[in-house]
Design a protein around this ligand. Structure first.
Ligand code: ATP
Ligand code: MG
Length: 156
């Protein structure tokens, strides 16, 4: 069961960046996050943190050294959207439909040095379904990936 309250997405994002600061620094990643206002949703703070942390983890892990991760918050007519994008290795089109499966790892044999269990996105998807959050992933191989999570207004 989830525990819903007002959650500042700005705070959750800053906390996730803090949590990954060692990895981000080690990989010399530049972070682009400068929201122009506070974005608040009604949701479960802890579970939303798990979602954002997994997405930040992936953005860092599947980027090349010194690249940039952009995190954008925006308000749409009937939703608040958070987009996390990178310029990393990307995901081949044919793999996109399998990306939420437990233990599925795309390009695992072409990028042997990048480690993972293939569970992050399966957990993210389950939590999004539980919390009524929409998720879309756009990606292009060798160009980058953008993940958007959408909090419908009825949840605000
Ligand atoms: P874990 O998160 O459990 O440590 P993981 O990162 O391999 O392991 P997921 O987070 O579930 O697993 O992601 C599944 C697969 O999707 C990854 O193995 C990777 O191939 C691909 N993927 C996910 N995010 C990105 C991204 N931002 N850029 C490129 N590929 C990605
Ligand atoms: Mg992951």
């Amino acid at each position: 069961a989830s525990n819903r309250h007002e959650v500042s997405l700005n705070d959750v994002i800053l906390q996730s960046l803090e949590r990954f600061s060692a990895e981000l620094k080690q990989k010399k990643m530049a972070i682009d996050f400068s929201p122009n206002q506070d974005f608040t949703v009604i949701s479960d703070r802890h579970l939303v943190s798990i979602v954002i942390e997994n997405l930040v983890s992936n953005a860092c892990k599947y980027s090349h050294e010194g690249e940039r991760i952009a995190i954008k918050l925006s308000k749409e007519t009937d939703a608040i959207v958070c987009e996390i994008s990178d310029n990393g290795i990307g995901i081949p089109k044919e793999d996109l439909e399998k990306i939420y499966e437990q233990f599925y790892r795309s390009q695992a044999t072409t990028h042997l040095s990048i480690k993972g269990t293939g569970l992050g996105l399966s957990i993210v998807k389950r939590l999004c379904d539980l919390l009524g959050i929409g998720i879309t992933i756009e990606s292009e191989r060798e160009s980058g990936t953008a993940v958007s999570i959408l909090f419908p207004n009825k949840n605000q």
